[in-house]
Design a protein around this ligand. Structure first.
Ligand code: ZN
Ligand code: ZN
Length: 127
């Protein structure tokens, strides 16, 4: 019975035999890196569906970036962000140092100050 023989053979092989080292192009530095069999088994054991996108160095750099942001947030340090938006009043393009929440109008600096003249006094003219 050839069928059972093949079936037996396949069962005798460990799952690990289906893994081969793969080359993956890192999305950050565009360098090919080896996804080793050991790492593939690790991914499988963790139930991860997608192969890694970054090489080790970029993955570590990314983790450090995230850690730095988390640490800064924990320490109350605001990250400098700049979001380009359109002023809800004069429709000119402007940047704001925060992520506007959806549905809330965002105004450019001059419109904002026009609408809130007290801010000018409060901040000594420095927005
Ligand atoms: Zn990389
Ligand atoms: Zn405006």
């Amino acid at each position: 019975m050839a069928d059972t023989e093949i079936g037996f053979k396949n069962n005798a092989l460990t799952d690990d035999a289906e893994f081969t080292e793969k080359l993956i192009l890192c999305i950050d530095c565009n360098t090919e890196f080896v996804w080793t069999i050991g790492e593939q088994i690790f991914f499988r054991d963790k139930g991860l569906q997608n192969p890694p996108k970054r090489c080790k160095e970029c993955k570590q750099a990314k983790n450090e970036r995230l850690a730095a942001i988390t640490a800064a947030q924990a320490a109350g340090i605001k990250q400098r962000i700049e979001v380009t938006v359109r002023c809800a009043r004069c429709n000119s393009q402007t940047t704001v140092p925060f992520y506007p929440s959806q549905g809330r109008p965002v105004f450019c600096r001059s419109c904002y100050l026009e609408m809130n003249p007290s801010l000018v006094a409060d901040n000594n003219g420095q927005f």
